[in-house]
Write a protein that binds this ligand. Sequence first.
Ligand code: M6R
Length: 634
Amino acid sequence: MVRKLPIAIKSSWKFTYFMCGIVGYIGKQKAAPLILEGLKRLEYRGYDSAGIAVFQDGSFDIAKKVGRVSALEKEVPRYRLVGTCGMGHTRWATHGSITDANAHPHLSYDGKVALTHNGVIENYASIKKFLITKGHTFRSETDTEVLCNLIAYHYAKQAGLAGENRFVTAVRKSLHHTQGTYGIVAMNVDAPGELVTARKGSPLVFGIGEGESLVASDVSAIVSRTQNVVYLKNGEIAHLTLKNFSITTLDADEVSPVIDRVCWSIVSAELGAYHHFMEKEIFEQPAALKNTMRGRFSEDGSTALFGGLNVTANEFSGIERLMFCACGTALHACLVTEHLIESFARIPVECDYASEFRYRNAPLARNTLFFVMSQSGETIDTLAAMREAKRKGYRVLAINNVVGSSIAREADGGIYQHVGPEIGVASTKAFTSQLLLGAMLALYLARMRDMSFGSGVRYVEALKGAPDLVRKVLEQAPHIKKIAQRFAHSTDMLFLGRMSLFHIALEGALKLKETSYLHAEGYPAAEMKHGPIALISETCPSVFFAPAGEIFNKIVSSMQEIKARRGPIIAILSEGGELPPGLADEVIIIPECHEAVLPIVASVPVQLLSYYIAAERGCDIDKPRNLAKSVTVE
Ligand code: M6R
């Protein structure tokens, strides 16, 4: 059955990330400029090549180009591309090298079907063999072209079926034969003005505008045209026409759609006065931290509250162990969380790379509560680790930014970060928000055990003060920029810290590597002399976290060891902290703060340092080479 608009509108905001970006359009406007605009917003998902297909005069006009969407845009005037129905793709290569031929959209050998795809078709080789026996020919090395031809094959076989049913049935039959993940938009030459879209694993959302419909990998590509959107679920196929749409499952059962209202506007996904999203997101942190905390403290101000955990206080107090899994920056947030939970709540915590946990068959104690952390909620290793833990019978909770992500949907409960869209590939505001939630979780667990009311109140007050402390560090941006300019052309850089700040050292090194391609390592400050000290030279500065506290003097000793070997030192000190004269080449001051807030505050200088070093080195900060915002393939 075809559903006419409008249908009940539910209010929420959602934002989804994945590798490769897809945009489709049907309406009355020329499709190409709108698709290009959408692709630019999705470039953070992959930027190896881009392409666009527009239906016009009974066939598809397709332009494809290796490189950024801007390279494709330059190519577009060579084509007519005047039709009002089309689709585009920005690619992060999986199957097949980075060439124009491998760029999407792909066209079936008979020119009947055009396809864009995000994901991996695992059994493409056997399907390709079969199709070759049926006379299909291929122009690329991609799994997508194979799927495109499979749809064409089934389409040819459905010749008896009428119009729309025939194409949707062909897509459905083809997807039944595919193993792997996909988010697809397909067009058929016999049905101009129609798009068929389906997903399994890779996210897709379609928007219902005034006399037009759009489909994309995430809402940032369509929110400038409409805020009424439908998030397609795994195993669903949507058929969009100019006037209506229908959703069915892979088994052809009808689905009642829910139209969501996106509550953030395009402004949150735009740069404004900033040069890069990374810069914007670093400076958004005071507001992001406030949003993460909002409504999450008890009335007496002594503990944290979490609405969506689906674990009773009673169940929580019986938990004997916690396990955290994540990847990249999110894993660093887990490591800090481990430190805080163990130190304040005295519960043993284990952290693991999600990619390792999923295969290493770790024994877990029975009353272990399992957490995953993920900004995007789509990272494949984190998702797999979570499924593995669930398979073993554990309850899994998620700390996640993207509402409605795969991880959020599959978790037994969780905590949303509420920091809005994070677009820069280098995670910044999502990281400090995860640190904050980790600190709040430590408080919540500690208050169920031995932490006193008074200590709880002081802890809450400290967390509430975090946004202002972060703001104070941000005021030092011009000073940090100068330090960055001084050291931007170093050969290596070490980040050294102890306790919770060892994990911030790991994060500092990761941030610098990914944004500036400068070799960096994070190490426990005292461990440095067991190996990395061999790197020390005049061109290898060390960033030391040296906050006030009981181990300050120990850290100063480590600095002396570096200085004795002519290594430059950038010291991050608490207000009032003093070093022997001449020991540090540069000093960055952070406000003195509670142990639970320190990792948040200490993260900001290294985020700024990485950002400004990358800028000085002329790097592509928001889209570093070889990376994508969310890693959804193994
Ligand atoms: O979306 P997720 O938090 O699951 O992503 C995990 C990592 O891929 C991510 O943090 C990555 O390390 C970032 N590029 C770091 O800035």
